[in-house]
Design a protein around this ligand. Sequence first.
Ligand code: 3PY
Length: 251
Amino acid sequence: MRTPIIAGNWKMNKNPKETAEFVAGLKGKLPDPSKVEAVIGAPAVDLQTLLDGAAGTDLHIASENNYFEDAGAFTGETSPKVLAEMGVNYGIIGHSERRGYFHETDEDINKKAKALIANGLTPIICCGETLETRKANKFGEWVSGQIKAALKDLTADQVASLVIAYEPIWAIGTGETATPEQAQEVCHLIRETVADLYDQTTAENVRIQYGGSMKPANVKELMAQPDIDGGLIGGASLQPDSFIELLHYQG
Ligand code: 3PY
């Protein structure tokens, strides 16, 4: 049984004051953690405020990026070791914005995944195709190639407990959403890729999120798909009301 995981990905949108207000507004409104796991991903500058606000609640915290070394002369980078010491639970890696604007490669993402795991954090590994790749009907091989590269040298146990987020780039910040069938098709393919690389048990355990304009209006339909175990949510996670609605999509 995979526990659904609804994660906000705030991107570069809140300051610590707004973060504290947001998280205070979630108190008493989080879902039963055995039914839905609630996560917020925020930039490094907001993480301590989030952690302070989430203390004693079932809210889990994700960083939006990390480096693959624990320490050293890497000006401006975020240490996965320090994230672990702070109490951060997840690390979002390979978001298309980081791949696109910051030139992150599949190899970087694999190294970042390994660094998170070595420090006891759970990677949320993002993948997804451009509109061009979709139109050329090459999205299957593209996404499974990203997954194979991101998981290189990880063990079955490590993969079974991580999270993969399928985020078609053409549905990010555009208001466009993949249809539930399109999202299911790729999430199923990701699970099959994991089964081919490892085994059926690993594939059945890994949690796969859909991301790309998920919102209260479409969450139920998307979450009803057999291979979609959660959402990685941008815009609709920025307002407490819609985030709470998303967390309670089961009613
Ligand atoms: C979106 O929902 O737009 C996202 O990019 C989530 O990561």
